[in-house]
Design a protein around this ligand. Sequence first.
Ligand code: MCA
Ligand code: AMP
Length: 496
Amino acid sequence: MLTLFTQAQQRPDSIAILDAQGAHTYESLLQKSSQIAHQLLAGRSDLEQERIAFMVSPGLNYVATIWGIWKAGGIAVPLCLSYPLPSLAYVIEDTQAAALVVEPSFCELLQDYAQEKGIPLHLVEDLQVGPVTGLLPEIDLNRGALILYTSGTTSLPKGVLTTHANLEAQISTLIEAWNWTFSDHTLCLLPLHHVHGLVNVVSCALWAGATLQFLHPFQADTVFSIFLEGKVNVFMAVPTIYFKLIAEFDSYSETRKAALTNCMNSFRLMVSGSAALPLSVMEKWKQVSGHTLLERYGMTEIGMAISNPYKGERRAGYIGTPLPGVQVRLVDELDQEVAPGLPGEIQIQGPGVFAKYWGKAEATAKAFTESGWFKTGDIAVIEANYYRILGRDSIDIIKSGGYKISALEIEEVLRNHELVKDCAIVGIPNEEWGELVAAVLVLEGELNLTELKDWLKERLPTYKSPKVYQILADLPRNAMGKVVKNELKSIFSSTT
Ligand code: MCA
Ligand code: AMP
């Protein structure tokens, strides 16, 4: 049996999950996930790694669904809740999902599509019925567990397949490094189709036997009200969320500020990651909460790799040192390790590194060196033993609000607009969002920006929708005819 489940069996009566519906014990989570597994199996003995895509809000139903898929021997494909239909269809078709599990609020969005494609669509509540007796399959750790989508230097996102062994390695290294225990209580407000929310928060909390409280959607004032209830002691978020919490905190009375600072002071741990933590946010958060945020570095393909220490110096602007079990090296363009103190690409090896990009053998081969190191595309340097990120090797990868976004994907969508003759997408540095997604357009005629916004909404989730900063007669190009994005980026960075 997977370690997550044996751990849960040890604390049947403890509260595993708090969500909008109330408190749920580990026993109830185990029971509901077994019911879902049996219903998905519908008499078969094993789903044999069929992909099951699901669109369920954070809460008991989300966890019971993903555990149910795993118990039945399937590969879980969590869908992004803010995706419009074309983005959902891409993931469902790319993974060749055998079934869909949804909560009622997403049924309307997916039911016609599912019917047209002949994919069975189940309501999550309908799967939580029936006895839990009967055998569930034995799951080999080397089987596929999860496919998460991540953007890269190809226009469409790639599915990252991790095995159960990969996930166990990603979880257990954090349990050890950040001292998770069953007496922890964490608040999850991150999306659950990414590693940060799903592995670092949800899976670590449940592996430890801790209490996992969900808040969805994110609302800064509710986060603080929950903090003031005095139960939460571990908190993880992306820098944009800390920025938004600081803005909310600043709007409070001195009495409420003092009460909150006092409450957060007693937290065990506060972590930031998914994007560079601006020094200004780190310093302000220290004043607000009394905590020096623990900044760490990771990626969908590898889980967490480098972290500031739980005990010891948390150095501002640095991501720390390799986590237990993770091997890290810095290399130059020729894949040679750089001399100490020089910058190089971060490359990773270890049991947490993913199995492959789903259905993309060529992309998988390109992502690894001949000797098996995963190439992250992030450039870093080691200074006084700590790694510091300098940037990425591709200007086409943007990080905004903690989400990784491909400039090429958005450009391809925009080029389908009848009035857009040419376009370029660049990320502009921004304290709140990390980077803002900015569009530079060359038009065929007059464009109404509100109409463009609505047009984009049907094709891209909000966080990928660019702000249109400039409409140019032509884009700057180099001798080979390639758009010079560095030039565009520096023009906009200095004018916005
Ligand atoms: C939303 N808005 C934006 C952006 N997103 N504006 C600029 N840039 C953006 N990226 C605007 C909307 O247009 C809208 O504007 C307003 O903000 C509210 O939109 P909404 O979608 O409701 O935003 P939100 O709920 O406030 O979302 C902000 C957020 C969210 C909570 C920070 O982006 C988030 O949950 N980010 C976390 C992503 C994450 O978990 N990444 C981990 C992947 P208007 O009001 O004008 O319409 S990375 C990972 O997993 C690796 C392994 C790692 O290292 O962790
Ligand atoms: P994703 O593909 O969504 O998993 O995003 C992974 C990327 O997020 C990494 O390749 C980095 O570029 C970025 N990232 C994660 N953590 C940090 C951090 N602490 N500082 C800077 N960049 C980070």
